[in-house]
Ligand binder design. Structure first.
Ligand code: GDP
Ligand code: MN
Length: 379
């Protein structure tokens, strides 16, 4: 899950990263008030969950509260890379001497977090990574030992940081590491970490990605979810506890179990079809969940057929079938449905579904073939 710049910076600040004074505003007049409170020059920053806001015109400096108001009006009316700007952050402007990149992410190949640092920070960091990767220093962090003092000194020396900043830099690097671990982040990034003309280090921008699977233990972070950037069907699915991912094929899949869902998608592909989604309705799914799942699958206009692949274990096959029929009573559709039902009481379940004019199948191969054929007919 992505969180906004102001949320990332506030999280970093909790662990000791210095950030500019500032607050977020939803209207231009609020922006003006904040600018007045801060006094002096401020920076008006669009809060959208995409990178490159500066280049897109979503970050502007203002010399007065009136100018901040005017710029906030402009920026709040913008769309950046397709996303509406609903909030602006008004920060005290920094006098920037130079810009450093400082980030932590997981290096899957090394099976360790890695801290990445470059003296060439700022808006061109992707170009630096592409053209002169040697300018980015990478240091792996042992997850048990944590970030060590010698490592932050190595980094500081590696980016030719003036010695007078080493202590401040080490403190910020440690704070970022703490924020990363404590938040179950998969990315914690400061770009730029600036050296100010006054001679201090300051985190002017912040970005964090939080591991979705850890959100259950961070209700404060979970609350920060901004669904603007998310696929609507995926947001709906989360509400019902369904694991759902939108794909671009034409066969909707409703399956219980993640492994079985992947197998189903593979078999659909094998017989010339293409899955419209990944969906695991989980174990013990009731009629309410199945109804939600149907509604979500059918909200995708590309879906030409639905393949339901259920392994009835603890939940008996006839119960599953009744759940499906109840759901279909509520979600009326002409899209053909193919059901493969196995396990306890599967025979009774299949009979119930066949009586309701659904296409049934005994094997997954048979079901996949029937679903592909039905989708082609409907296309
Ligand atoms: P991004 O474009 O989405 O990465 O947004 P940033 O917050 O990183 O801002 C982009 C650039 O705007 C930075 O690299 C800085 O050069 C500049 N910038 C941001 N905040 C300030 C500020 O307070 N003062 C000055 N002078 N420049 C700023
Ligand atoms: Mn940035």
């Amino acid at each position: 899950m992505k969180i906004h710049e102001y949320q990332s910076k506030q999280t970093f600040a909790k662990y000791g990263v210095p950030i500019p004074k500032g607050r977020v505003a939803a209207t231009a007049s609020e922006a003006k008030e904040i600018a007045k409170e801060l006094g002096g020059r401020v920076v008006v920053k669009s809060q959208v969950l995409v990178g490159g806001r500066g280049k897109a015109g979503g970050i502007k400096l203002a010399k007065s509260p009136e100018e901040a108001e005017e710029l906030a009006t402009q920026i709040l009316g913008m769309e950046i890379k397709g996303l509406p700007v609903r909030k602006v952050l008004i920060d005290e402007a920094a006098n920037i001497e130079s810009e450093i990149y400082l980030g932590i992410t997981n290096d899957r190949a090394a099976r360790k977090p890695v801290m990445m640092v470059s003296a060439a920070g700022g808006v061109e960091i992707e170009e630096v990574a592409r053209l002169t990767p040697e300018k980015i220093i990478k240091v792996h962090i042992d997850p048990i030992m944590g970030l060590q003092g010698y490592q932050t000194r190595d980094i500081a020396a590696g980016i030719d940081l003036d010695r007078k900043y080493w202590k401040e830099f080490a403190k910020i690097a440690q704070a970022l590491w703490k924020a990363y671990v404590a938040s179950d982040a998969t990315l914690a990034e400061i770009n730029p970490l600036v050296i100010t003309k006054e001679g201090h280090l300051l985190a002017v921008d912040g970005k964090m990605l939080i591991d979705d699977n850890a959100l259950f233990r961070h209700p404060d972070l979970a609350e920060m979810r901004d669904t603007d950037v998310e696929d609507k069907a995926e947001t709906d699915a989360r509400k019902y506890g369904l694991s759902y991912i939108t794909l671009d094929g034409e066969i909707g899949c409703m399956v219980n179990g993640a492994g079985l869902a992947m197998t189903t998608m593979d078999i659909v592909k094998l017989f010339g079809g293409s899955p419209a989604n990944f969906l695991d309705i989980g174990g013990g799914a009731n009629a309410e969940k199945v109804t939600a799942a149907f509604r979500i699958i059918l909200s995708d206009p590309n879906v030409k057929a639905v393949l339901i692949n259920i392994f009835g274990g603890i939940t008996r096959g006839d119960e599953v079938a009744r759940g499906i029929l109840t759901a279909l009573d509520e979600v009326k559709t002409d899209v053909p449905m193919v059901v493969r039902l196995v396990g306890t009481n599967a025979e009774e379940g299949r009979q119930l579904l066949a009586d309701a004019d659904m296409i049934t199948a005994e094997t997954l191969v048979d079901a996949a073939k029937k679903a592909v054929a039905a989708a082609q007919k409907g296309a």
